[in-house]
Design a protein around this ligand. Structure first.
Ligand SMILES: [Zn+2]
Length: 132
């Protein structure tokens, strides 16, 4: 949503990186930290800044009827030391977690614009929000 060039600027050294998606500054190596946000079809979003497990109670905040397809524990979010986020499906969940229409079978790197769904239900768009 933010279309300014500000997200490309390294908060440590001020170097303007060409690609706002790069987690690491080309000039000084500073690792940009992102929050992961999931945007529902109705426009509501939930975001996470720490490793966490996500299930139905959290998803209810999106105000979507298809939240019923989300299990009590549905997936897990983990951020590695490079600042990249990985998504892991909870094996016990009734509906598998899909990424871009493909069931997850191991931890998968999350990128801006990916679509997370639960066997095709409740499609959520991934947005990466730079931390200040
Ligand atoms: Zn830098």
């Amino acid at each position: 949503m933010d279309t300014s060039s500000e997200p490309c600027k390294c908060e440590a050294c001020g170097h303007v990186n060409r690609d706002s998606g790069v987690p690491k500054c080309e000039a000084c190596g500073h690792v940009r930290r992102y929050r992961i946000s999931f945007v529902a079809p109705g426009g509501k979003a939930i975001s996470f800044g720490i490793d966490t497990s996500v299930g139905r109670n959290t998803m209810r905040r999106l105000g979507e009827a298809e939240t019923v397809y989300v299990d009590v524990v549905q997936f897990h979010l983990r951020r590695n030391p490079d600042g990249n986020w990985f998504l892991y499906s909870e094996p016990a969940a009734k509906n598998p977690t899909w990424l871009n229409g493909v069931p997850l079978d191991e931890g998968t790197l999350l990128e801006e614009g990916m679509i997370v769904s639960f066997a095709g239900r409740l499609p959520l768009k991934v947005e990466m929000i730079p931390e200040g």
